[in-house]
Structures are given as C-alpha cells and as structure tokens.
Design a binder for this molecule. Sequence first.
Ligand code: SDX
Length: 448
Amino acid sequence: MSDHARSDGETATAERRATDAATLNWTGGSVELPLVPGVEGDTGLDIGKLRSESGFITYDPGYGNTGACTSAITYLDGESGILRYRGYPIEQLAEHSSFLEVAYLLIWGDLPTRAQLDAFHNEVTHHTLIREEMRSFFDSFPTDAHPMAVLAAGTVGMSTFYPDSQNISDPAAVEVTINRLIAKLPTLAAWSFKKAIGQPYVYPRNDLGYAANLLHMMFAVPSEDYEVDRQVAEALDLLLILHADHEQNCSTSTVRMVGSAHTNLYASISAGISALWGPLHGGANEAVINTLERIVADGGDIQKWVDKAKDPNDAFRLAGFGHRVYKNFDPRATIIKGAAERVLAATGADDQLFEVAQRLEDVALNDEYFISRKLYPNVDFYSGLIYRAIGFPKTMFTNCFAIGRLPGWIAQWREMLGAEETKIGRPRQVYVGEPARDYVTIDQRADG
Ligand code: SDX
C-alpha cells in the first residue's frame, strides 16, 4: 500500500510499530519514550528517563492517565463494559464458578484442578477461627463502631499473632498468610456485627460453605438452629465473585503502595480496607441505600433528586452512579441487578427501594447530564439492595465488599512483590508553595 493511501491512524501505528517509542518535543529538546504495549487495551509510555533527560515530570492528579504497573490479573475495558479475571469473562465466572474458585484463580493464576480446589477449600475451612484472645479486641470498641474500622484494625491486629507473616519472601509463610486472611476476614466481619448488636459471637462451622458460613456467623444465635437459605448463600457467593478484583482501583493501588515498602500482607490489606471505606469507593453501596431512603422519606420525587445531583452548587452526588473507568454499563451492575430481583423474590423483602432504584436509573439514563458524562450505574448501585434483602445492616455492606475484594488485593500484592519492575512507590509533585524565606520570631509576626 502506498504511503498516501494510509489513514492517519495506520500511519501512526506504523510509526509506533517501527520505532516502538513516542517522541516528546519541547523548546530546547526532545526525548524518546519507549512504548509498553499491552496484550489488549492501553499502551503505556515508559517515562522512566523523562525527568533525567528532560527535567520534566508528569502531572496527573488521580492517576487517570497513569499506568502504575503491568499486570496479568484483571483486564477491563471501560468503553466496552468488559471485565475478565485472568482472561475469563466475568459473566462466565458469575454463571459457572464459586468465590473460592475465583479467589484461587486470581491469586494463583489459573482455574484450580479438583484436587487443588479441594486442598484450598480444606485449608480455608481449617483457618476460619480467629485467636481466642481477640474476643476482648471486639469488646474494646463502642457498640456503634463502624464495622470497617473494626475490620481494618482487626486485620492488621491479626499480624501480631502470626510473626511468620513478616517473612514476605518466604513462599510458605506467604501462602499460609493468604489462607488465614481468606478464612478469617468473614469471622472478623461477623463478630464486629455481633458486637454491635450485643449478641453472642457465633463460631465458624466446618460443614458450611464460605458464604453460608458468613451468613451463619452473622445471623445465627446459640439458642436455636439457623438454617442457611441456599438461594441467599448463592446470591452472596455471586456478589463476592463480582467484587473479587478490579485492576488498579483506589484500594488495590493502596495495597500495592503499602506493600511496595515490603510491609506484611495483613498490614497491606488493612490499608486497602481503609481506602475501600470511602464513600467515593466501596462505601458507595451504603451511600446508595441512604440516598434511596432519603428519596422515599422525601416523597419519592425522583426528578428532584436527579436535579440535585446535577446541580454544580449542590454537593449531592448520585451514589452508585459514575465510574472512573467504565464509560459504559458496569458489567457487574448488570449481573447484580438480575440477582437483586431473584433475592427480593426469594426473601420476600420489601422492594420499595428497588422500585425507586429502577425509576432513578431510568430517569438518569435518559438525562443529558448523565448521558454526556457517561454516568451509568456501577457495581454499588444494586449491591446494597441485595445485602439489605439478605438482612445485612447498611454498615456491613462495605465489609462484604472487602471480603469479596480480598483475593484481588492479595493477588495484586503478590504480583507487585514478584515483579522485576517493582520499586517502592514514591511519586513526585509539582510544588506550588512559598519560595524560600527566613524564619520570623514570634514577636516579629503580625497578628492575623
Ligand atoms: C467503586 O475504580 C474502581 O474500579 C472502583 C470500583 C471497584 O470495583 O474497585 O469499581 C468500585 O468505587 C465504584 C464507584 C463507587 N462510587 C460511587 O458510586 C460514588 C459516586 N460516583 C462518583 O463520585 C464518581 O463517579 C467516581 C468517584 C466514581 C468517579 O469519579 P471521576 O472519574 O473522578 O469522575 P468525576 O468525579 O470527575 O466526574 C465527572 C463528572 C463531574 O461533573 P463535571 O465536573 O464534569 O460537571 O461527572 C459528575 C461530576 O460532578 N459526576 C456525577 C456523579 N459522578 C460523577 N454527578 C452526579 N452524580 C454522580 N454519581
């Protein structure tokens, strides 16, 4: 094909393919920035030599245009609404897999054989107890302590019982730490809830599956038998699958950052739990229910609240809508919406909030403000309705998100520590403060 016949795109591709680098030009110089192509999706510009060869640094608050690493764990395409764990589409894993199988896939890189899955399940089952001394840990918190505070504190606190977890270069020590975390987080979460409602702690049971065990520890009482509803357990297992990883989101980037200092896994995960707590991140599922309840209490005027969300002078934002990466439907939201209908039917829970959520979605998706900004329901928009129908209090929703996200955090921490490219995370800044100035003694300072 002659050159002039090439489209701009093809020319650019040809140049890139030919040089595998982009050139940054400025008055006074230029620098070659090697390309780091992905298997799919974004191509990175390697700016490793940018500052030394140009004197410039990049400026990208929120890292919306910055690749912090290469990763082989999760691929998502926000424009196309694609999400895959280790190459497997989320829709297929949601239909065919289980949370423990997905956890194994994310952490160890491939779907387990039957023997591997049985061994993993056996390990997790026999690590679900937390050290008995930790009972007093829960008693030290006020009854209205937010369960995310207790979960973050309990997670890093567990490291004090397992000093081997400091040996992050010992594969056996790391593996047992992984199994302990996957096994014990539900117990920590359930006991923080029992403490909050003043009920006796319920111990994990080895005859129950992962999600069923969490439900049992949350809702059983010693004075009577508690039968786990199979459909509810299946819905919870599905939610855990859908939350299991999401590439370099805020909390995962936090786990990587903390782990890059060679901090042990308990402490790195605890930092991730704290990041997830934020209402702009994992705390959004609790915020969605608060919003729906406010709309109902206010008389159900959907348009009024959509207009509030659009008002630049009003801090109110529609929790559960919008996403840094998904500029199309969040594939998890699609799956969760279907599961919400099934769980509401199975539990006979009040579906007034679900009806309001659907109306809110319809209005927003047809509103120019949301359309132009590509704001769609995200994973948090419907998940809270399922947790609520199951019987979780709002304050426990983000704990459930954390239990689901745990294998993803673990997988990313392991990948980061095993990668040759990894260095301790230490971004730079563009300084906009005071120029150098001399100290002023207090008697020389003007009173403000
Ligand atoms: C999760 O990263 C991940 O992968 C996260 C996650 C995961 O699995 O780990 O997917 C989980 O955190 C999902 C997101 C949960 N958070 C919420 O639902 C909170 C509500 N959403 C937003 O606050 C917001 O959409 C973010 C924080 C999610 C994304 O913010 P961005 O990418 O920084 O986008 P932005 O805030 O710059 O918004 C762009 C525009 C702005 O308007 P303009 O300045 O252009 O006029 O859209 C507006 C925003 O005001 N906007 C909203 C809105 N979200 C964005 N307006 C009303 N309601 C909203 N929900």
